[in-house]
Design a protein around this ligand. Structure first.
Ligand SMILES: [Zn+2]
Length: 477
């Protein structure tokens, strides 16, 4: 019996990995095995420890990976999969491949840095602490990527094919429509990956991708994300609140620190800063985009014009490449990054990782969190267990580099920047489906978010909806 097994993002928002086994002989052999997404677990320790566990099937027995998008919680375990023996193709859209080309080596670099740090301070139970994978191993896995255009059908074996359709979540993001032929009958599985905001630029200002998720889908089995299953995004324009927070911080001589995913979210945000500056709504203070991939990230962003919203097209037409803007600096080297610490004048620092789980944002926050004059602005989702979640939640202190850092800076969060659809938007999208899926499995959500979305979908749509459990095998028949 063909089945889907949930190897991650079940009961949590990270570690997305869904195995499709097309075997018809009941023992899991004989068919082919495809992994949809191969993400890293992040957040609380019990989850992160799963990154070190072996998969229920050997990596070398997996035939292919279908990757929906380039966020680490969807792609960050790929280098480990290859390290463990996977040698098949990794299918992704061209923009996703470009993004993985910077995101995965950066992740390997961070893994190595973390291991070296823990070995240095000896604050580890593991002796020596090891990286999950290295920079070189992350670079090596890039050879296995194969580009698949949106709408192109890829036949993986006589019984299974797939195609990517737009998810409108981030640059290059896709949903995977997987078609399985069982005894002459086609079964459609739709894996949503992460679902972006619906077709209405007004509710998601600064949105890069244009058209909302692909409408009019059909699915027998729907595997759907539920990150925002229990919360609605504010519908107001975030710009006035952003301008106010920045202006007030600058007035008291402080700096603004923004944790943000280095690719796309950062670019989207700096275009907004540029516009506010040009309109005279915030002072023209220096802006530092601090990431080892800062310059490359801008180049990838500017390359993939096919995905832009009208607003993004207009902004790029008007202001050109951020790399040429006066007052905006892109720190690529560690030295450039450390120099930002010397900036005792008001400035805006945008750095990753977006959930403060690692990266250069750590040293910026360690330096600037203790000062009440500074402000930290969150513009992205913070998973429970991450430092970002702790800081955003109003904790008095946070542990960074093994030290306790007091939190005295102002903390602000703007939820409008979300790249995930909220429940009303999800219902709007689901109502465009041409059929009622036989079953929907909700993944990629905290338990309360997934169960509330399940109840809402059952009530509003009358669909058969279940919350996926970790390692559960769901039959496809
Ligand atoms: Zn995502």
């Amino acid at each position: 019996m063909a089945y889907i097994q949930f190897l991650g993002a079940a009961g949590t928002v990270t570690g997305s990995k869904h195995l499709i086994n097309t075997s018809f002989d009941g023992d899991g052999r004989g068919g082919i095995q495809i992994l949809v997404d191969c993400g890293m677990f992040q957040g609380q320790k019990p989850w992160r420890e799963r990154n070190w566990q072996e998969l229920p099937i050997p990596a070398k027995e997996i035939d292919a990976v279908i990757l929906t998008h380039a966020h680490l919680d969807h792609c960050g375990w790929i280098p480990r999969l290859v390290k463990e023996g996977f040698r098949g193709p990794i299918y992704a859209t061209p923009a996703t491949i470009d993004l993985c080309g910077v995101v995965l080596p950066d992740s390997g670099h961070l893994q190595e840095e973390d291991a070296a740090f823990y070995n240095k301070i000896k604050k580890t139970k593991h002796d020596p602490a090891l990286p999950l994978y290295t920079l070189a191993e992350a670079q090596n896995c890039l050879h296995y990527f194969q580009a698949v255009q949106f709408g192109e059908t890829m036949q993986l074996s006589p019984e299974i094919s797939f195609r990517f359709v737009h998810a409108a979540h981030i640059l290059g993001s896709s949903m995977a429509e997987v078609t399985l032929n069982i005894s002459g009958q086609a079964r459609r599985m739709l894996f949503t990956g992460d679902i972006g905001r619906v077709r209405d630029a007004n509710v998601a200002p600064g949105k890069v991708v244009h058209s909302g998720p692909q409408e009019g889908e059909t699915a027998d089995v729907l595997v759907m994300e539920s990150t925002y299953g229990n919360r609605q995004h504010p519908k107001d324009d975030p710009r006035p609140a952003l301008a106010k927070a920045i202006s007030q911080t600058v007035q008291r001589g402080g700096s603004v620190v923004v944790p943000a995913f280095a690719v796309e979210r950062t670019q989207k945000f700096i275009f907004m800063l540029k516009e506010l500056m040009e309109a005279g709504q915030i002072p023209k203070v220096p802006v530092f985009c601090d990431s080892p991939m800062a310059i490359k990230a801008v180049e990838i962003f500017l390359k993939h014009t096919e995905e832009y919203s009208d607003e993004t097209k207009r902004l790029i037409g008007q202001y050109g490449s951020p790399l040429t803007w006066p007052g905006f600096s892109f720190a690529s080297t560690a030295q450039d990054s450390k120099k930002i610490n010397d900036a005792h004048y008001p400035c805006i620092i945008i750095s990753s990782s977006g959930m403060v789980t690692g990266g250069r944002i750590l040293h910026h926050l360690a330096l600037r969190l203790p000062e009440p004059k500074n402000t930290v602005i969150f513009i992205g989702f913070q998973a429970p267990g991450t430092r970002g979640f702790t800081i955003k939640g109003g904790a008095p202190e946070v542990k960074i580099f093994g030290d306790i850092v007091p939190i005295r800076a102002q903390i602000t969060a703007l939820e409008q920047f979300s790249d995930h659809a909220d429940p009303p938007e999800l219902l709007e999208w689901l109502r465009t489906f041409k059929n009622k899926p036989a079953v929907t499995y909700l993944v990629h959500g905290e338990p309360s978010a997934s169960s509330q979305l399940r109840d809402l979908m059952t009530k509003e749509l009358g669909w058969n909806v279940q919350v996926a459990q970790w390692l559960q095998k769901a039959e496809v028949n």
